[in-house]
Ligand binder design. Structure first.
Ligand SMILES: [Zn+2]
Length: 418
C-alpha cells in the first residue's frame, strides 16, 4: 500500500514542479517591466511630450488617435527608424518594427483648453492643473499584465493627484484618469480598503470654505455605509476652478468637477449607480437625492435647496415654452441618451422625485426616496422594479403617481413642488 502510494506520488510531484515552474515563468513575465514612459508638460503648457522605451516581445504597438496627437518618432539605440503607421478605426497601428528588442517612441499631444460637451477625452490644461484621460499611453497588445514604469515631469509645486509614479500594471496605467496640478488643500480618508481623496486645485472658490471638506468626507462615509461598500482601492474627487470643467464621473473611480457642491455630490453618488436603472432615475432622481444629501450634510441649506427646485421648474417651463410642446418624463427619458436637448430628465426628473418623495413620506413618515435610492444602489449589480421596491419598503403604492406624473404630460408641474 505504502510502496504503491510512493510510486504514484512521484509523477504527481514532477507534475507539480512543472506547473510551479510554468507559473513562475508566467509571474516573471507578468512582472517584467515592458515599458518606461516619461510625460513632460512643455514650458508654454500647450502640449505634453511622451517618451518611452518599449520591449517589443512580439507585440504590435499602437496609439489611440486622440485629438492633438502628432510628431511621432520611433528609434532603436538612438537611431531613428522608419515605421509603418496604419489607421484602423480610432487606432494608429505600428508595423515593420523588429519582433524583439527595445525601441524608443516619442510623440506629442496638444492640450485642450476647455472641455466641450459630452465625454472627456484627450488632455486638458488649466491654469493650475492638467487632466489626461485614458488612452494616451501606447498600447502593447498581449502584454496588459506586464509592468510599466511611469514618470511625470511636472512644473514646480505641481503634484499627481490621480495616478502614481513608478512601476505599475500596464492595463491600469493605460485606462485610468491622470490628474496633476497645484493643490490649495486636500484630504485623504481610509474606509476599509478604500481611500477617498479630495483635492481642491488652487484658484477654486469652495462654497463653505475648507470646513466643507470635512462635510464631504462625512457624506462619503455615510454613502459607503448606507449604499454599500465600493470595489477598488482609490476614489478621488478633484475640484477645479469654476468654468474650467463641468461634472464628470469617470471610470477607475476618479472624478473631476467644479466647486458648486451639488455637482461633486451628484458625481460622487454615481460611484454607486445601478446601471440597470433607467436614465431619468440615474440622472434626475439622482440629482434630487444629491441635493437632499448636500442639505443633510450642511453643504447646502434650505434656501439653496428650494432655489434648486425652483430653478428646475423654471428650466423645465422655459424648455416647454421654447419648443411649444410638453413631453412627459417617460418621453424625455426615451430620447435623452441620443439627443442631449432632452435634458429635461434633470429638471422634470428632479421635480418628479420631489413629488414622489413627499408622497412616500405622506404614507410612511419614516421612509424617504433616499432610502429607496439606497436600496437600488446597494443591489447595484442586479435589475429591480422601482414600483415594487417602493411598495415593499414604504407601503406606498406609487402606480397612480407614475401614471399621472411620469407617463402623462404634466400640465401643471408646480404641484410637484407642493
Ligand atoms: Zn450624472
Amino acid at each position: 500500500m505504502v510502496k504503491r502510494a510512493i510510486r504514484r506520488s512521484q509523477p504527481a510531484s514532477w507534475l507539480l514542479i512543472a506547473i510551479g515552474l510554468h507559473c513562475l515563468v508566467l509571474t516573471i513575465r507578468a512582472q517584467t517591466t515592458i515599458a518606461r514612459f516619461s510625460v513632460q508638460l512643455d514650458e508654454t503648457r500647450t502640449y505634453i511630450k511622451v517618451t518611452g522605451d518599449i520591449q517589443l516581445l512580439n507585440s504590435t504597438p499602437y496609439l489611440k488617435d486622440i485629438y492633438g496627437l502628432g510628431n511621432i518618432h520611433w528609434s532603436i539605440g538612438g537611431k531613428e527608424i522608419a515605421v509603418k503607421a496604419e489607421k484602423t478605426g480610432n487606432l494608429l497601428v505600428f508595423s515593420q518594427l523588429p519582433s524583439h528588442g527595445q525601441a524608443q517612441i516619442s510623440f506629442e499631444i496638444k492640450c485642450k483648453r476647455t472641455p466641450g460637451e459630452g465625454k472627456l477625452n484627450g488632455i486638458y490644461i488649466f491654469e493650475n492643473g492638467i487632466l489626461a484621460c485614458s488612452g494616451f499611453f501606447p498600447g502593447i497588445n498581449g502584454l496588459e499584465n506586464g509592468l510599466v514604469d511611469i514618470r511625470w515631469n511636472l512644473p514646480p509645486s505641481w503634484e499627481l493627484f490621480s495616478g502614481n509614479q513608478g512601476p505599475q500594471k500596464y492595463a491600469v496605467a493605460r485606462d485610468r484618469l491622470w490628474a496633476a496640478g497645484k493643490a490649495a488643500f486636500k484630504t485623504e480618508e481610509q474606509l476599509g480598503t478604500v481611500i477617498f481623496k479630495v483635492v481642491v486645485i488652487e484658484g477654486t472658490t469652495l462654497s463653505g470654505g475648507k470646513e466643507s471638506l470635512d462635510r464631504i468626507n462625512l457624506l462619503f462615509k455615510y454613502a459607503f455605509q448606507n449604499f454599500g461598500p465600493l470595489e477598488g482601492e482609490e476614489y478621488s474627487l478633484i475640484l477645479f476652478p469654476k468654468g474650467s470643467i463641468g461634472g464628470y464621473a469617470l471610470t477607475r473611480h476618479s472624478l473631476a468637477s467644479e466647486q458648486q457642491w451639488m455637482i461633486p455630490v451628484h458625481e460622487i453618488l454615481h460611484w454607486w449607480s445601478n446601471l440597470s436603472a433607467p436614465v431619468w432615475l440615474l440622472e434626475g432622481v439622482h440629482s434630487y437625492v444629491a441635493e437632499k444629501m448636500s442639505l443633510k450634510f450642511g453643504l447646502s441649506n434650505e434656501y439653496l435647496f428650494n432655489l434648486y427646485l425652483r430653478t428646475c421648474l423654471y428650466l423645465h417651463q422655459a424648455k416647454v415654452h421654447r419648443e411649444g410642446q410638453i413631453l412627459s418624463l417617460a418621453e424625455s427619458s426615451e430620447r435623452f441618451p441620443q439627443d442631449l436637448k432632452y435634458s429635461d430628465i434633470y429638471y422634470l426628473g428632479a421635480l418628479f422625485a420631489n413629488g414622489l418623495d413627499r408622497a412616500i413620506q405622506a404614507q410612511c413618515p419614516t421612509a424617504s426616496l433616499e432610502k429607496v435610492f439606497s436600496l437600488v444602489c446597494k443591489d447595484r449589480h442586479n435589475k429591480f422594479d422601482l414600483m415594487d421596491l417602493i411598495k415593499k419598503e414604504t407601503g406606498y403604492d406609487s402606480r397612480s403617481f407614475f401614471d399621472k406624473y411620469f407617463y402623462a404630460k404634466v400640465e401643471n408641474p408646480e404641484v410637484l413642488l407642493k
